[in-house]
Design a protein around this ligand. Sequence first.
Ligand code: HEC
Ligand code: HEC
Length: 218
Amino acid sequence: MSKWATSRWILCGLLLLALNVQADLNEQYQLLDAIQSNPQTQSESARLGEEKASLCGYCHGTDGNSKREFIPNLAGQNAKYLINQFEQFATGKRKNYVMSQLADKLSLEERVNLAIHFSHQKAKPFVAKKPNSKLSNASPAQGQAGFQAKCQMCHGVKAEGWDQLPRLASQPAAYLVKTLEKFKTDHRDRNQSPMTAIAKGLSNQEIKDIAVYLSSLE
Ligand code: HEC
Ligand code: HEC
């Protein structure tokens, strides 16, 4: 087989693999839509999700409001985004020691139930136990202007997100800074993301300003 023919087969294989991942995700979205279209199945799913959420409380808080500044809130997050991230952790596209193992063990139904449960919780602005000295020179007013110019077209006027786009309002500032730095540097934990190109256009000061602004939003 010529070199070109071989690489074409590899390319086809990769494409099929990518489509397969998408098919899995679509199946989960369909299940989510079906459950959410009926109030009874929705509340049953939320109840099952709440039971399973005892596994998550130590880090994300039992009501989905994070206990630590490097851990994201799940409360009020869009269900589709949560399902999308479980899939990314399970397939290795996004990497985190604990989350990758957890996501891989959760069944399709469990992921959907957890996503519905956490999306129904109310997010509260994160208050750090002690002020983070790295963020002391950040300007929330500059952050607001930056967010309006560069982010709100996708993440929403109140940073509430929609569909697969994450809510950013009330996330701990340190988590946002760490995440945006990972996008900016194309870090292996979170590369191949549409956010990479966007974060490359942000200065370190802009990242801090926007993060502090977002964490103060309800
Ligand atoms: C030992 C701590 C720990 C436990 C337990 C844990 N997580 Fe996480 N989780 C994390 C950390 C840390 C991150 C952030 C990873 C990163 O920086 O990319 C995270 C990220 C996530 C994200 C991505 C959120 C976002 O905004 O992108 C989801 C979804 C998530 N966790 C769901 C869960 C669920 C559901 C459970 C329980 C079944 C759980 N986690 C249990 C530590 C934990
Ligand atoms: C073109 C649309 C678009 C724009 C503009 C955009 N984002 Fe995003 N953002 C996304 C998408 C899509 C994701 C989900 C990425 C993924 O799953 O890898 C995301 C994810 C994020 C995350 C990760 C959230 C989490 O919980 O881990 C942060 C933080 C973020 N964006 C911040 C910003 C900031 C700050 C700006 C403005 C400077 C911005 N985004 C502009 C589309 C956008």
